[in-house]
Design a binder for this molecule. Structure first.
Ligand code: UT7
Length: 334
């Protein structure tokens, strides 16, 4: 079968974070923790918390509007909206359906994708594949989470980690060799219990018990996740570089999932990449799950730290387990 001559490139980015800031010092008053513990063990100093009336589609819509404006497109020209999220507005319909309506993307299909913190990387993979197949020309990809509504605020081992945010990227068809050069996704469902939210699905429907036993909140075995995270991101990074025939010295910036500064440091050390080429913003936002990578990319883009043709590498991991990477040629000129 002949190889497709098509690829896809990112032509617009955007992000949104809620206005309310929760610092480590605020958390000291809520659970038995300290700013010193959180900073040294995670690198996080503060995170954003969605307002009571703010849902995943509100954050997503704000990020999408910025991405569409940067691309200079009419929302009617968008063929699909894919949101990587595990904290959508409702069990159904998809959060993407609310965004499709409010954005006025009247010609777009809309779906959510569940890959936890790998949600954005998985969604970029899907959007890219749809464009390469010729099925779509432009797809809006979002990573958005409001996980602070799903954390157990009495569990100090998880509640200090997460924050709320949304990031968006608009992908458009382009010739092969430009834009996205390689993608990789993997999973290992045997590790599902290391990081999950057991209550509220069809296995453990919401009952008074799911409230009493606290299974309606995120559960995590942090040390197990930590070890896998490092291995997964290093492997996925090597895989996309090999696929595309590049080495790390060719890459302008690596944007890793922002879960823990010690994970990022360990990945940078194993990849032997200078720290100044690794993007970090988790001190300001904490772990925003599927939103970390698109938020960080948008910040780098808007700070004009990249020029067209620069190689950018996304790598991430999350519950499932899921993990993956994307290698692309930066295509935005501001
Ligand atoms: O997007 C993917 C999501 N998750 C992750 O990426 C998480 C990956 N894992 C991690 O980031 C780290 O494992 C954590 C930050 C979650 C924990 O760090 P750690 O260095 O692995 O600490 P630990 O779990 O081994 O706990 C060490 C101690 C324990 O006390 P004892 O048993 O030694 O007395 C904990 O109870 O630290 C205690 N502890 C805390 N102390 C103060 C746990 N959480 C806190 C806290 N403040 N917030």
């Amino acid at each position: 079968m002949p190889e497709s001559l098509r690829s896809s490139r990112i032509i617009g980015t955007g992000h949104y974070v809620p206005t309310r800031v929760l610092t480590n010092f605020d958390l000291e008053k809520m659970v038995d923790t300290t700013d010193e513990w959180i900073v040294t063990r995670t690198g996080i100093r503060e995170r954003r918390i969605a307002a009571e009336n703010e849902a995943c589609s509100d954050l997503s819509l704000a990020a999408c509007k910025e991405a569409v404006a940067m691309a200079g497109l009419d929302p009617k020209d968008i063929d699909g909206i894919i949101i990587g999220t595990i904290s959508g507005d409702m069990q159904f319909p998809a959060t993407a359906a609310f965004v499709q309506d409010r954005l006025g993307a009247i010609n777009a299909a809309a779906l959510d994708l569940s890959a936890a913190c790998s949600g954005f990387i998985y969604a970029v993979n899907m959007a890219h594949a749809m464009i390469v197949s010729g099925q779509m020309e432009r797809v809006l990809v979002v990573g958005a989470e409001v996980l602070t509504k799903f954390v157990d605020w009495s569990d100090r081992s998880t509640c200090v980690l997460f924050g709320d945010a949304a990031g968006a990227a608009l992908l458009e068809a382009c010739p092969r060799g430009e834009g996205i050069l390689a993608t990789h996704m993997k999973s290992d469902g045997a590790l599902a219990e290391l990081l999950c939210l057991p209550g509220g699905g069809s296995r453990h429907p919401l009952t008074p018990n799911t409230f009493a036993d606290r299974t309606r909140f995120i559960k995590m075995k942090g040390d197990g996740v930590f070890k896998w995270a490092v291995r997964a991101m290093v492997d996925a990074t090597h895989t996309v570089l090999e696929q595309a025939g590049y080495s790390l010295s060719d890459v302008a910036v690596v944007i890793p999932h922002q879960a823990n500064i010690r994970i990022i440091d360990a990945v940078a050390e194993r990849l032997e990449i200078p720290r100044e080429r690794v993007v970090v913003n988790l001190d300001r936002y904490g772990n925003t799950s599927s939103a970390t990578i698109p938020v960080a990319y948008d910040e780098v883009v808007r700070a004009k730290k990249l020029k067209p043709g620069d190689l950018v590498l996304f790598t991430g991991f999350g519950g499932g387990f899921t993990w993956g990477s994307v290698l692309l040629k930066h295509a935005i000129s501001l």
